[in-house]
Design a protein around this ligand. Structure first.
Ligand SMILES: [Fe+2]
Ligand SMILES: [Fe+2]
Length: 199
């Protein structure tokens, strides 16, 4: 399947229609819609074609599609990951089993909580949108300032959000995953010219 031939599941997700196997409580649907809306706007502002814009919107809807799955099923689907982040890998596995073979989209969903040094543009912007969608209750002033820099100046915002997520993991006394450390290191290398990170 080429990128132009979008999987029917992806086309439906881009319309906000989740698969029957999705497990998302009603109160979380506004988060999914808001992430998808932000990705749609950014894709358009970046000049992506309609096929890619639909992929970005679908990723917004699908990234938390197993967020409210029962813990036993998540643990069975993604046993190598801690419980807090199993829903991403579990959703990617399920999408793959359904025949979705869009590697960039699958990795964006798999690592939307952890970050990943191999992210394509979709992975990076989903990581940003998941954190910055305007329905999030925390740090509204700083988050609005970060959104204002997007989509055209993502590097400093990525470093800031990755740092905040790492601080959150450390504050809870949890170990850092190697994917997160590799993503952080990659962001520092990319940002060597502009290392202010002060947005
Ligand atoms: Fe998530
Ligand atoms: Fe999310």
């Amino acid at each position: 399947m080429t990128r132009r031939e979008l999987h029917p599941l992806i086309i439906r997700a881009a319309r906000g229609e989740l698969p029957a196997w999705a497990r998302v409580r009603t109160g979380r649907l506004t988060h999914l819609a808001s992430v998808a809306e932000l990705l749609s706007r950014w894709a358009a502002e970046l000049g992506l074609d309609e096929g890619d814009r639909l992929r970005w919107v679908a990723a917004g809807w699908l990234h938390d599609s197993l967020r409210d799955e029962v813990p036993e099923s998540l643990a069975a689907a993604a046993p190598e990951y801690p419980i807090q982040v199993q829903h991403g890998p579990a959703a990617a596995e399920r999408l793959g089993a359904e025949g979705v073979d869009d590697r960039e989209l699958l990795d964006a969903i798999r690592f939307h909580s952890l970050g990943n040094s191999g992210f394509g543009a979709l992975g990076r912007y989903l990581y940003l949108a998941d954190y910055l969608e305007p329905g999030r209750p925390f740090s509204p002033v700083e988050n609005a300032a970060m959104r204002a820099a997007l989509p055209h100046e993502p590097d400093a915002v990525l470093r800031r959000i990755c740092a905040l997520r790492i601080q959150e993991v450390l504050s809870r006394g949890r170990p850092l995953r190697p994917e997160t450390v590799a993503f952080w290191n990659e962001l520092q290398e990319n940002g060597a010219v502009d290392s202010r990170g002060d947005i």
